[in-house]
Design a binder for this molecule. Structure first.
Ligand SMILES: [Zn+2]
Length: 205
């Protein structure tokens, strides 16, 4: 499909789950809207809430690695970074739609994290739209913030949300409705999720 310079594609991503109460709400909303997303799961939660993790895969969403305990990896020794990613890889590898896609907790990265991820065969997938749903936990804040950040992206918008908060799960429909009102904007298939390997907002520091 030919793209004009005005066409914008939005990818929804959900971090920090799976959560047995909130993730199913997100899954139902995505199904109602015929949207596929990517879920960056925390390994120990995927073990603990195995059936929820499996439901994400069964619904056809892609799954990535968000470490085993959601530890911020920047500044850690190589062995600990490797353990966090590798240990999460064990339960996540059992999920049929798992990809070797890594998203660092909080987005914090250094050269060692990049090296370990590459050595283990992972691409790094960050975001360029941060709804800060984790911060406000208020749909009257995270939805307008997300929409204004999507508008700031002219072509590819990778949206960070979290499928662990009620304020995200219960108001996702409203967010999707607002995205659909944007001109020349469509949802992208998770298989074409763009690699974003910089600090959130796009400014590498
Ligand atoms: Zn996270």
């Amino acid at each position: 499909m030919e793209k004009t310079s005005m066409a914008r594609t939005v990818w929804l991503t959900f971090d920090d789950g799976p959560n047995p109460l909130k993730t199913p709400v997100v899954l139902k909303c995505l199904k109602d809207n015929n949207i596929k997303a990517t879920f960056f799961m925390v390994g120990n939660l995927a073990e603990l809430h195995k059936s929820t993790a499996e439901a994400v895969a069964k619904a056809g969403h892609l799954i990535g690695n968000h470490t085993y305990t959601h530890r911020v990896l920047e500044g850690l020794p190589e062995a600990q970074i490797k353990e966090e990613i590798s240990k999460a890889d064990v339960p996540l590898s059992k999920l049929s739609t798992y990809k070797k896609w890594f998203r660092p907790p909080t987005g914090a990265l250094d050269a060692t994290v990049r090296k370990v991820a590459a050595d283990l065969g992972f691409g790094i997938y960050k975001w360029n739209v941060d709804t800060k749903d984790y911060d406000s936990k208020d749909p009257d804040k995270w939805i307008p913030l997300g929409i204004s950040e999507i508008k700031a992206q002219s072509s590819a918008a990778v949206v960070l949300n979290h499928d662990i908060y009620e304020a995200t799960a219960n108001h996702l429909q409203q967010f999707i409705d607002e995205i659909r009102k944007l001109p020349n904007t469509t949802f992208g298939a998770p298989s074409s999720l763009p690699v974003i390997n910089t600090i959130a907002g796009g400014a590498e520091v």
